[in-house]
Design a protein around this ligand. Structure first.
Ligand code: ARG
Length: 479
């Protein structure tokens, strides 16, 4: 006797024997030889599609109820099947379900177990259904929840950023182009730029959800089914507002999954940019923020180091999420209609994107919550930056100087400051007037940082008034 069996009781032995019997392939009828062992492992998807167990059971219960309602199976058979499925759900949830490679995928693992529990009636569940429409249903159910979870996390991040914008409304930072100090902006304005991007990401997920939220069951293998089923009823049970219109399309396409991966890729691109800024801002060269100990790590050799690992990892993980989109598109591009086994490869990239974006959103939000924004003095802001050079040119324009000439005079002023190690903040009026007689008493007031910011009082600009208006608008949107 198998020594591991001697330790188990009679009940276990019976089960093992039964399993040997039931582990016969569900599609084994026409086969004379058994599957090659390596091939069995190669073609199995259970190691990754087991996460679909709850969706698979939910779909099967709805399908079973529909079969009974349409009198394709009896109501007592339906009850029996449903009871068995619920027991399997419990086993999965409690980690007691034994997933087997031999049974290939989640659909056949569950159906085999159902047969162990309720006997041959289990075989009636798959009436008017194929794994081809079943797997598609499972992915749609799964993605619907993932989209909802993702949207919750995007909202949480947006609310966090709006709260930070509100709290730091008076803080001025240098705005950059070409990573060169350009013009002063409010930190809040910078933060809210990301809220705009994230809200578009949210929109993309919501839009993708419309095309995810379509019920494919009834398409069967590819052609539809001979049985008089009620597809609308199944859709209603599963809360799908719409059913698919073409059975071949329904089992063959994964464009809805690619859309999810595409929305995920854009989201990660945004998070990655933000992370890049945090890494730069956290450096001693910039010193704009201090990331908390909770989201940084030390170096094993350099004791002084505090590395922005969370931000770096999110930036790094954007790569795999972009890759997942390309995997999925490449997977589909050469497939003749309808289902092909290649499509089994849709799941790992999809699951990986869903997992990655959610953990990244969570970590990012918590990291932002604990980040300290350092106050920058006017001297720090002005040092070598000439942030208000454009304001100086505009000042001259207000005094009647043509803009091109004003640009020239301001350029000379900057050159003078660089030679004399001065800034626009501490150059004297006397010095300015040596460069141009058009400079007057009111110039220093005009180019003060706060005033420069507040003059950008155009809709969407960085003036405090405008930023406050956006904070109110976004707060309403995020309610
Ligand atoms: N595990 C398969 C998949 O993920 C399920 C569908 C299999 N259908 C088939 N005819 N082999 O795509």
């Amino acid at each position: 006797m198998n020594p591991s069996l001697s330790k188990r009781g009679w009940g276990d032995l019976q089960r093992v024997v039964r399993q040997g019997y039931f582990m016969k392939k569900l599609w084994g009828g026409r086969f004379k030889q058994s599957t090659d062992a390596l091939m069995e492992t190669f073609s199995a998807s259970i190691s990754f599609d087991k996460r679909l167990y709850a969706c698979d059971i939910e779909g099967s219960i709805a399908h079973c109820k529909m079969l009974a309602r349409c009198k394709i199976i009896s109501s007592s058979e339906s009850q029996k099947i449903q009871k068995g499925l619920k027991r399997i759900l419990k086993e999965c949830e409690e980690g007691r379900f034994e997933f087997s490679d031999k049974l290939e995928d989640i659909h056949m693992n569950i159906e085999s177990r159902l047969r162990e529990i309720i006997g041959p009636t289990a075989g009636k569940l798959h009436t008017a259904r194929s794994r081809n429409d079943q797997v598609c249903l499972d992915i749609r159910l799964y993605l619907r929840t993932e989209v909802d979870e993702t949207i919750k996390e995007i909202d949480r991040l947006c609310k966090t950023l709006v709260a930070l914008a509100k709290k730091n409304i008076d803080r001025v930072i240098p705005g950059y182009t070409h990573l060169q100090r350009a013009q002063p902006v409010l930190l809040s304005h910078h933060l809210l730029a990301y809220v705009e991007m994230l809200l578009r990401d949210k929109d993309r997920f919501l839009d993708a959800r419309k095309r995810i939220n379509i019920m494919p069951l009834g398409s069967a293998a590819l052609a539809g089914t001979n049985f008089p089923i009620d597809r609308q009823y199944t859709a209603k049970l599963l809360k799908f507002p719409e059913i698919s219109h073409n059975s071949m399309d329904a089992v063959a396409d994964r464009d809805f999954a690619a859309e999810f991966c595409s929305a995920s890729a854009l989201l990660m691109m945004h998070l990655s940019r933000f992370c890049e800024e945090l890494v730069i801002w956290n450096s001693s060269e910039f010193g704009f923020v201090e990331l908390s100990d909770a989201f940084t790590t030390g170096s094993s050799i350099m004791p002084q180091k505090k590395n922005p690992d969370a931000a770096e990892l999110i930036r790094g993980k954007s790569g795999r999420v972009f890759g997942n989109l390309v995997s999925l598109l490449t997977l589909m591009k050469g497939l003749p209609l309808a289902y092909n086994k290649d499509l089994q490869e849709d799941k790992e990239p999809l699951f990986d994107s869903a997992d990655t974006i959610q953990i990244c959103l969570k970590i990012f939000t918590d990291m932002m919550k604990s980040t300290k924004f350092k106050a920058l003095s006017d001297e720090e802001l002005e040092a070598n930056g000439f942030l208000t050079a454009t304001d100086l040119a505009d000042y001259l324009v207000l005094k009647g100087v043509p803009f091109r000439e004003a640009h020239e005079i301001t350029g000379k002023t900057v050159a003078y400051c660089l030679d004399e190690k001065k800034t626009l903040g501490n150059i004297s009026l006397g010095e300015l007037r040596k460069i141009s007689k058009r400079f007057e008493e009111d110039v220093s007031e005009h180019i003060a940082l706060k005033n420069s910011v507040d003059r950008k009082n155009v809709y969407g600009g960085t003036a405090k008034k405008q930023v406050k208006a956006q904070i109110s608008r976004l707060t309403k949107i995020l309610k």
